[in-house]
Design a protein around this ligand. Structure first.
Ligand SMILES: [Zn+2]
Ligand SMILES: [Zn+2]
Length: 352
């Protein structure tokens, strides 16, 4: 008797507590794809759930900013083949609801259909093919930024940047670095500033953006465009204080789960500004553009912004993320030795 294939998964058993389990993989449905994960970034939304700031049901699977290798495809899948390198869209897009037809497919009425792809802190998983975007190999770890960069591209479009705008990015975490990278690659002649309190992150991003941007400790004066990528209430207060009257303020951070920002309307109303809350990544095209920009323009100076931690230290990686000296934390998923032991354990259990 051959036992069914299994996968190891790190899952959130409760607030601030990862555990590891072995899961059986069922037979693959026709429109699904079995992938083996290679790298996955830690997103602000993962942090919110780890810290218990969002009301979620436990156990919970996390991890959506991944790259993976296709291992097997369902019989109806003709867009991918085993060996392909893929990344994931965060959204199910039905293609025919009124949101999908109005170029807002990231807000698809069916997006909670339950085919979620948020489960990459694992050896392998089965994912509906519609989420997966093929990438050009080799499987470079920075391609995990495709998803956060697609969110930055979507936000950038909302702000309708002009060459003479004074531009401020608040926070040099994963989203801040994605906005900075988008500015450097899509608008190389636009000057901008990145405000960051961590000395280490500020030094790293300062080097990376040196051709057109600069890193600062605190903003000074007024800006036509402010991106708040801080993920904190104090960052949003700073954004409100420095956006120029008549300017554009774009909030990308995950403030969900923080106390309500009482000051917000009071601070922005007298300024007559455009206030945008940019939600996820917009059209699927943004994900393709993000993957292309990363393939064409990533350099060692940008790579220095990334910290890579093995999956065995996932718990520690989450605990240290807020104070990490690096702008972005990626998890390297290589469980080859551990997997063997667990497959043996599963065989013993099924024989008993
Ligand atoms: Zn994300
Ligand atoms: Zn739809």
């Amino acid at each position: 008797v051959t036992s069914p294939p299994t996968s190891l998964e790190c899952f959130l058993a409760g607030p601030r507590r990862f555990e590891t389990r072995t899961r059986a993989l069922d037979s693959l449905p026709p429109e699904w794809v079995r992938v083996q994960f290679l790298y996955c970034g830690i997103c602000g939304s993962d942090m919110s759930e780890f810290e218990g700031r969002r009301a979620i049901a436990y156990p919970a699977s996390l991890g959506h900013e991944f790259i993976a290798e296709v291992k097997q495809v369902g019989e109806a899948v003709n867009t991918l083949t085993p060996g392909d390198l893929v990344t994931s869209d965060l959204n199910y897009r039905c293609g025919h609801c009124e949101q999908c037809r109005a170029d807002r497919s990231h807000l698809c009425r069916d997006r909670q259909v339950g085919f979620f792809s948020n489960r990459a802190f694992a050896h392998a998983a089965d994912i509906h093919a519609s989420y997966l975007l093929p990438l050009q190999g080799p499987p470079a770890r920075h391609l995990t930024l495709s998803e956060p960069l697609s969110c930055a591209l979507h936000a950038k479009r909302w702000t309708r940047l002009r060459p003479d705008d004074r531009i401020l990015v608040i926070g040099a975490g994963g989203i801040g670095l994605s906005i900075a990278f988008a500015l450097c690659t899509e608008h190389p002649s636009f000057a901008f500033e990145v405000a960051e309190l961590s000395d280490s992150r500020r030094a790293l991003i300062g080097d990376a953006v040196a051709t057109s941007g600069r890193a600062i400790t605190a903003p000074d004066g007024e800006y036509e465009v402010v991106f708040d990528a801080s993920g904190t209430e104090s960052g949003l207060r700073t954004a409100c204080a420095h956006v120029k009257p008549g300017g554009r303020l774009c909030l990308l951070s995950h403030l969900e789960g923080y106390t309500a920002a009482d000051f917000l309307l009071e601070d922005i109303t007298p300024k007559d500004i455009t206030f945008t809350v940019s939600y996820i990544n917009g059209q699927r095209e943004n994900l393709k553009t993000a993957a292309r920009l990363l393939s064409e323009h990533w350099t060692p100076t940008w790579d220095a912004l990334l910290e890579v931690i093995p999956i065995e230290q996932l718990q520690e990686a989450f605990e240290r993320r807020r104070t990490s000296p690096w702008c972005k934390t990626l998890i390297h998923i290589d469980w080859s030795s551990r997997e063997q032991q667990d497959v043996v354990a599963a065989d013993v259990l099924s024989a008993a």
